[in-house]
Design a protein around this ligand. Structure first.
Ligand code: ARG
Length: 458
């Protein structure tokens, strides 16, 4: 029995049925569908549209269906078109006449809009929790590594020395913005579409404010056509998920580089690495690579939904059913990636000695050497040229700036004195940088205490 069979004289072609049906994937939100129905029924009874007896029968029927699905006692029937039809059919089978009144004053268009919103809200909060765990791990690494020197890069060339705390702090900022983006989206999407009907509201005296309140929304949506046609919140959500994946992917890329034999800045824990079937020595960063790889898949969902929506006239169109599989896939992917990434990061060993040794090589103190000359009255452009000559000289001798004797230094510029060695030491190069946001210890300590407060209220 179809919900809409009355007007039809022929059976649906089987291929058409298969193509049209969504039950294989929209069963994912059976709980939200049932919770939405229960709120709707409570509102109908409050408005005198259903009797209290009917309300009780329907609610206990719906709760029974929910329990039975959860406990595996009620298998979802693939012969039903969608989860809405399935629940309603079983309800009528189980409680009879009252069940036929469930759909009063509602359409599957506002129903599916509601279900998807409820499901997305739940997922969004789970993803925020996962981000919080990641932020906490980053904060711990930051606290422990205020003195762990490492090279900072531009163009993947050694640029200036920083600390591991500072590097992790950059990712803290990114994931913090990601979390705030989710909060913004939640606020904007938190209006209930139920009661909008197919597109034009209903003539029943519904109390949409009440249903909205029962379901934890800030209120009802204000235009019934928009209510059933809006998928902006999914596009915003997919965009936020894409940005999260972009951040994870950049981080993974760095970990993959740091984990190479050439760098050896980190060692990924055995539990988070995999081997090779032929090369016995191999320990590969597959998890980092897979997360980097799955980023494309989440971007794909975003572009897919944007494209699906771009030509749709108001209000509901079946094209919009396509929102589900790709959003579900993106949510599951991001949840999986965030959980695994946090596990990998929290068990990863940082090779502090290798990081410091690398920071000492590659002239990461050249800018500070130039600043030394500037502080002694040399115009910056000239200082830049002089240090350039020093670097050339050092390269030819395979030594670092601080390995040059004062005599050698003075041969290029008489301005150098003994205190140059202190001015270009790794410690000075990092610790003199204390404007807020810089890697110096004092600046970093301030940021860490700001982060601490932030995490407390997250
Ligand atoms: N499965 C449909 C979807 O996901 C439910 C809404 C069906 N509405 C309709 N008018 N056919 O969009």
């Amino acid at each position: 029995m179809k919900l809409w069979g009355g007007r039809f004289t022929k059976e649906t072609n089987q291929l058409v049925f298969n193509f049209n049906a969504s039950i294989s994937f929209d069963q994912k939100f059976f709980k939200q569908d049932i919770e939405g129905s229960i709120a709707h029924v409570k509102m109908l009874a409050k408005q005198g549209i259903l009797s209290d007896k009917e309300k009780e029968e329907i609610i206990s029927g719906l709760n029974g269906i929910k329990e039975d699905i959860i406990n595996g006692l009620l298998p979802i029937d693939p012969k039903q078109e969608d989860i809405h039809s399935f629940v309603e059919t079983i309800l009528i089978e189980r409680i009879g006449e009252a069940g036929k009144k469930l759909h009063t004053g509602r359409s599957r268009n506002d129903q599916v809009a509601l279900d998807m919103k409820l499901y997305t809200k739940d997922e969004l909060l789970q993803i925020k929790d996962l981000l919080k765990e990641l932020l906490s791990v980053l904060q711990t690494i930051m606290k422990e590594n205020l003195d762990t020197y490492m090279p900072g890069f531009t163009h993947l060339q050694k640029a200036q020395p920083i600390t591991l705390a500072h590097h992790m702090g950059a990712y803290f900022e990114m994931f913090r913005r990601d979390s705030e983006r989710l909060t913004d989206i939640y606020k904007r999407m938190n209006y209930s579409p139920i009661g909008s009907g197919a597109l034009a509201g209903t003539t029943y005296p519904l109390d949409r404010e009440y249903t909205a309140e029962l379901l934890g929304f800030d209120g009802p949506t204000l235009n019934s056509m928009d209510s059933v046609a809006d998928r902006d919140y999914l596009i915003e959500f997919l965009s936020a998920l894409s940005i999260i994946m972009m951040h994870l992917s950049r981080f993974c890329e760095e970990i993959i580089i740091w984990n190479t034999n050439e760098y050896q800045f980190v060692e990924i824990d055995d539990a988070y690495s995999t081997g090779s079937s032929i090369m016995p020595q191999k320990k590969n960063p597959d998890i980092a690579e897979l997360i980097r790889g799955k980023t494309g898949r989440v971007y794909g969902s975003l572009v897919s939904l944007l494209t699906t929506m771009k030509g749709l006239p108001l209000a509901y169109n079946k094209d919009m059913q396509e929102d589900k599989e790709l959003t579900f896939d993106a949510m599951d992917t991001v949840k999986g990636c965030l959980g695994l990434f946090t596990g990998m990061l929290s068990t990863m060993k940082f090779n502090k000695a290798a990081m410091t040794a690398s920071a000492k090589k590659g002239f990461t103190n050249a800018t500070d050497a130039a600043d030394y000359l500037v502080n002694h009255g040399v115009p910056f452009r000239d200082a830049h040229g002089i240090i350039g000559q020093l670097v050339l000289y050092c390269i030819s001798k395979d030594i670092a700036l601080e390995d040059m004797t004062l005599k050698e230094l003075k041969a290029i510029s008489p301005i150098f004195e003994k205190d140059i060695y202190d001015a270009i030491s790794l410690e000075t190069c990092v610790d003199k940088r204390n404007t807020i946001g810089a890697p110096g210890k004092m600046a970093m300590e301030k940021v860490i205490s700001i982060n601490e407060e932030y995490l407390k209220h997250l």
